[in-house]
Ligand binder design. Structure first.
Ligand SMILES: [Zn+2]
Length: 112
């Protein structure tokens, strides 16, 4: 796969972090699956995207270890992202952890 292109600054994006956890939130289920993806950042403006995931999830909601894995991802000291299906919302019990992570990410990238 070619490197993603930042439409805003016309620069290629480089892989910034491999194996970042992405929690998918489905409208009907809530937390549905956890995937590992690669985070790319624009070399010009710092804008970030996850253009691709692994084919298989780390965990799915019907797996017996899903809640434990979800807890480890959210409360471990590892960066994660949340993908929210259209019409879905982040569950109340996860909102605080997600907001803390987003603030940490924004402060880490604000100097780019
Ligand atoms: Zn850019």
């Amino acid at each position: 796969m070619k490197q993603p292109l930042c439409v805003k600054c016309r620069k290629t994006m480089s892989c910034h972090h491999t194996g970042i956890n992405v929690i998918e939130i489905a409208r009907s289920v809530g937390p549905y699956a956890i995937f590992s993806g690669d985070l790319f950042a624009c070399t010009g403006c710092g804008y970030e995207v996850v253009p691709q995931y692994a084919d298989l999830p780390i965990a799915m909601h019907h797996h017996t270890n899903f809640e434990a894995t979800l807890h480890d991802v959210i409360y471990g000291n590892i960066r994660f992202l949340v993908s929210v299906e259209r019409g879905a919302e982040i569950p109340e019990n996860l909102k605080e952890a997600v907001e803390i992570m987003e603030r940490a990410v924004q402060s880490a990238t604000s100097g780019v």
